[in-house]
Every structure is written in structure tokens, then in C-alpha cells.
Design a protein around this ligand. Structure first.
Ligand code: SDX
Length: 432
């Protein structure tokens, strides 16, 4: 028997079907609401609105739970690798040895970009933000693969497109970094794995062949796994929105990169480090900044704190904080930013303003300290987030286009502008 909720509008009763998820999450199905009642719902920021049904990632914000295809993030960070998590998110299951070998070979095979594209990078000024370059380059990539313009490709071609994107976005990111530091581009090496190749393309120079430190390599694996997906966040919803028009995957991912750039989303990891550096310059008085964050007349926000879904400690922040200590101790780095961050966290977690609003450190609070320890420059932090989130974006795009009843995303609105009025010729318009 279908469960329903009753909606009473002006004495008329309407039944709304109740949809229940596998983790007991519940929704009112309002797909017929406007047709049946003439009403729509209003939910700026979509805080209470489900855009889709998905089986990729589960988050329980109250209990601080994050699982990819049912597997807890802490267990994956402990036992898996980023490449394996890419496969899990995109294809739904952990790969067999044979499937994994084939997947890795496919990704490795696509480790080069068309030589013409190198000139695109040098056309940017050296100070260009790598996120601007990355989003443009990902979209431009599609012109070299016209067959990708078909969003609804056959499954085997789609797998090739996915492998291409996973491989080449990493190259574009490394090339954007090399452009920003004025160094020659470095190509992938066939004997290196996915992340070692990325570090190689970033840090090898004609004078030095970069050898990834195993601790750094593992920490990067964990960072990318932690960022790999997060259900319907702003950038993933953007990828779904763009993909729903049947725009190709590269265009959808390019749009997701742009959405991620905002400092309330993925841009927060850069904003956190800039905030910590400002606090350090201001005498490391973190109490002053806690008070600024609470002051409604002050636009300052404690970057890296708060979350639309997590009303408990972001499980990813806990994992990153642990690796932060490990990486900095291993490298013998004493980063004042880490002490300031820990001081801010300690002060905030015992402050009524933050407790009342359930504001905890999120994934961006400590990640920048890790990236800095790895010699990643601040303006590349959000690019690192994009590289980590890429498999999640792809998984959601694939889940959506494989949905037989896929529809173009087209929200409605409540109009509050002028009612009908006549055109006024210029000569009759008096100055306001
Ligand atoms: C990511 O959605 C995802 O899953 C995103 C992400 C992912 O993996 O994809 O997890 C990645 O984007 C993490 C968030 C990174 N952003 C930041 O760290 C920026 C700082 N935080 C915020 O601006 C804010 O917390 C958001 C944007 C993250 C969430 O905003 P909401 O859910 O719209 O909450 P809100 O702005 O309505 O805040 C509720 C209250 C307000 O106070 P009152 O009006 O109730 O008095 O909390 C206050 C806010 O002023 N508040 C903060 C605060 N965040 C919220 N006050 C001070 N500092 C903050 N950081």
C-alpha cells in the first residue's frame, strides 16, 4: 500500500505519495503538485528539496556519516585508493582485479592532450587563476573529441569518454600549474600510477625528477578519496543541471568546476588559508576573529566552518586533521596556520553561537594546510578539490543520463514583479 501525506489547500485534500530511501530518508513526491493544485513549492537554496533519487553517496548530517555506495569514508581512506574509489562511484561496485586493471590501463592510455592545446595555456597571463584555465580547458577538450558531443553515447563509448576525462583533467590541472609558475610542461610517464603521475607532472622540472614521498602520496590519495563525492552539493547539482539539457559531459564538468570555485563551496579551502594568514598577520588573535564571525554587522565568516547538511563534525575534516598532523610531522614542518586553525576550532566548538547553529569544521578547514605542506600553491587548492570531485561529478552525470525518464532541469518561480503595464515612449519618461 503506497504511503501518502495529505495536503489541505482551502479545504481541498490532496494526496502526496511518500518516497522512502534505503536509509529511511523520506520525501513527499510533488511531481503532480502544480497540475493537481496550481501550487508550486518555494525553497530558495533547495535546503528542503530533493532533485533526484540517487544510489551513489549517502550522507547523514546529524550523525556525521558519509558512505560511497554504502562503504564508509573512513574505511575507504584506510583500505582503498582514489582510483578504486573512482571505479566504485562511477560503476557502483568495487572492481575485480581484471576490471581494475582494464580501467587503469584505459585511464593511463588517455594521459596526453592534443599538442595544439599547449598554446591555449600560454595565451593566459601568468596570474590567471588555475580554476579559470581548468574550466575553459575542460570544455575546449571536447573539440578534439567530436564523438563526445553525443551525450547519450553507447555505454562502451561512454566508458572511453569517462576514462579520457579522468586522465586528461589531471594533465590540464598540472599544465595550468606549470603555466602559473612559468615552467615547461611535463608529460605523464607510463610506469607511474595515476596520482604519482600527477605529482610528477606538477613538480618534475628539467633540473629535478620528482620522486613522490610515500607519505605525501598516501595523503594525496586520502585527500582525493575524501573529496570524491558528496551527493547533491552545489557543483554536482550544476553538473546534473547542465547535463540534463543533453550538453556533453565535458561541458557539464566545466560548469561544475565553475560552481565549485565559489568561496562558499570549493573555493573555501583557498579562503581558509587566506583567513589563517590574515589572522597570523594580525597577531594570531583568534578570539578576535571568532567575535567577528559572530557579529551580524561584520561580513566576516569563519571560512571552513558550517555546512548545509552536516550539523555534526564533518567526518572528512576529522580524517584530514589526522593526516595533517602526520604529514607535517613527517616533513618536519611547523606551520603556524595549523595552530591557529586548531585554536579557532577549539574556541568555536565551545562557543554558544557556533553550538546553537551547529557549525563545525568542514572538509575545507584543514585541507589547505595539507596542500601547502605538499608544496601546492594556494591558488591551486580548489583545482585539487575539482580533481578529487571529478569521479563524483561523472558518477552523477552517468546516473542521470542512464535514467530512462531523465528530464531537463527547469525549476519554477514565484513572480513578484510589476503586473501588466504599457510601454512608455522615451519622450514621455520623466527622470526618476
Ligand atoms: C563545501 O554541500 C556540500 O556538500 C559542500 C561540500 C562538498 O563536499 O561538496 O561539503 C564542500 O562547500 C563545504 C562548505 C565550504 N564553505 C565554507 O566553509 C564557507 C563558510 N561557511 C558558510 O558560508 C556556510 O556555512 C555554508 C555556505 C557552508 C552553509 O550555508 P547555509 O547552509 O546556507 O547556512 P546559513 O548561511 O543560512 O547559516 C546559518 C547560520 C547563519 O546565522 P543566523 O542568520 O542563523 O544568525 O549560521 C551562520 C549564518 O550567519 N553561519 C556562519 C557560518 N556559516 C553559517 N557564521 C559564521 N561563520 C560561518 N562559517
Amino acid at each position: 500500500m503506497e504511503k501518502t501525506a495529505q495536503l489541505d489547500i482551502a479545504g481541498n485534500l490532496y494526496s502526496l505519495p511518500i518516497v522512502e530511501g534505503t536509509e529511511d530518508d523520506k520525501a513527499l513526491d510533488i511531481t503532480r503538485l502544480r497540475n493537481d493544485t496550481g501550487y508550486i513549492t518555494l525553497d530558495p537554496g533547495y535546503g528542503n528539496t530533493g532533485a533526484c533519487i540517487s544510489s551513489i553517496t549517502y550522507i547523514d548530517g546529524d550523525r556525521g556519516i558519509l558512505r560511497y555506495r554504502g562503504i564508509d569514508i573512513a574505511e575507504l581512506c584506510e583500505r582503498s585508493t582514489f582510483m578504486e574509489v573512482c571505479y566504485l562511484l562511477i560503476y557502483g561496485e568495487l572492481p575485480t582485479a581484471e576490471e581494475f586493471a582494464k580501467f587503469k590501463d584505459q585511464v593511463l592510455f588517455h594521459s596526453l592532450i592534443h599538442e595544439d592545446m599547449k598554446s591555449f595555456f600560454t595565451s593566459y597571463p601568468g596570474h590567471a587563476h588555475p580554476m579559470a584555465i581548468l574550466s575553459a580547458m575542460v570544455c575546449s577538450l571536447s573539440v578534439y573529441h567530436p564523438q563526445l558531443m553525443e551525450a547519450m553515447q553507447p555505454a562502451t563509448e561512454r566508458d572511453e569518454t569517462i576514462a579520457r576525462l579522468l586522465s586528461k583533467v589531471r594533465v590540464l590541472a598540472a599544465f595550468a600549474y606549470k603555466r602559473s609558475v612559468g615552467e615547461a610542461f611535463v608529460y605523464s610517464r607510463p610506469e607511474l600510477d595515476y596520482l604519482s603521475n600527477f605529482l610528477h607532472m606538477m613538480f618534475t622540472t628539467p633540473m629535478r625528477s620528482y620522486q613522490p614521498d610515500p607519505v605525501i602520496r598516501k595523503a594525496l590519495d586520502v585527500l582525493f578519496m575524501i573529496h570524491a563525492d558528496h551527493e547533491q552539493n552545489c557543483s554536482t547539482s550544476t553538473v546534473r543541471m547542465v547535463g540534463s539539457s543533453k550538453a556533453n559531459l565535458f561541458a557539464a564538468i566545466s560548469a561544475g568546476i565553475c560552481a565549485l570555485w565559489g568561496e562558499w563551496h570549493g573555493g573555501a579551502n583557498q579562503a581558509v588559508i587566506e583567513m589563517l594568514e590574515a589572522i597570523q598577520r594580525d597577531g594570531s588573535n583568534h578570539r578576535k576573529y571568532i567575535d567577528k564571525a559572530k557579529d551580524k554587522n561584520d561580513p566576516f565568516r569563519l571560512m571552513g566552518f558550517g555546512h548545509r547538511v552536516y550539523k555534526n563534525y564533518d567526518p572528512r575534516a576529522s580524517i584530514i586533521k589526522k593526516y595533517c598532523d602526520e604529514v607535517l610531522n613527517h616533513l618536519g614542518i611547523n606551520d603556524p596556520a595549523l595552530e591557529i586553525a586548531k585554536g579557532l576550532e577549539e574556541a568555536a566548538l565551545t562557543d554558544e553561537y557556533f553550538i546553537e547553529r551547529k557549525l563545525y569544521p568542514n572538509v575545507d578547514f584543514y585541507s589547505g594546510i595539507m596542500y601547502r605542506a605538499m608544496s601546492i600553491p594556494t591558488n591551486m587548492f580548489t583545482v585539487m578539490f575539482a580533481l578529487g570531485r571529478l569521479p563524483g561529478w561523472i558518477a552523477h552525470w552517468k546516473e542521470m543520463i542512464e535514467e530512462p525518464a531523465m528530464k531537463i532541469a527547469r525549476p519554477r518561480q514565484v513572480y513578484t514583479g510589476p503586473t501588466q503595464r504599457p510601454y512608455v515612449p522615451l519622450a514621455q519618461r520623466s527622470a526618476k
